[in-house]
Design a protein around this ligand. Structure first.
Ligand code: 5GP
Ligand code: ZN
Length: 112
């Protein structure tokens, strides 16, 4: 499958890995928007959040929980932001779901 993040899951494209288990991986974003900016993604290919189904509910929870644990490990115990963009209108550019975790700078809302 011609999916960039599936290639990272399979090790075909290198990434600065942070974490791996049987369901998810986490790696640093190639174009960080904050001193800490990493992505948590499922190993399973799900193109957009709209494509997640009932059977993916636990996996989605695991992604969020993993983000929280890794954010703390990365020194973001005082606070951080998670973002998941859905489809072009939501700013998604890579069509394999990924949770952005941003931290170690003051983040403002709304982001613009
Ligand atoms: P999106 O806009 O889809 O929510 O976010 C895609 C993210 O993937 C962007 O922040 C972008 O910098 C990151 N990205 C794109 N290509 C690569 C890559 O090859 N390696 C890594 N580590 N991150 C990537
Ligand atoms: Zn994929």
């Amino acid at each position: 499958m011609d999916c960039l993040f599936c290639k990272i899951v399979n090790g075909d494209i290198p990434a600065r890995m942070l974490y791996e288990d049987d369901q998810v991986i986490a790696f640093h974003d190639i174009a960080p928007q904050a001193p800490v900016h990493f992505l948590v993604i499922p190993k399973k290919h799900i193109a957009t959040l709209h494509d997640a189904s009932e059977e993916d509910r636990a996996l989605l929870g695991h992604i969020l929980y993993t983000a929280q644990r890794l954010a703390r490990e990365q020194g973001c115990e005082e606070g951080f932001r998670v973002v998941m963009n859905c489809n072009a209108l939501g700013g998604q550019t890579v069509y394999h779901i990924h949770l952005h975790v941003l931290g170690q700078r003051q983040l403002h809302w709304p982001p613009g």
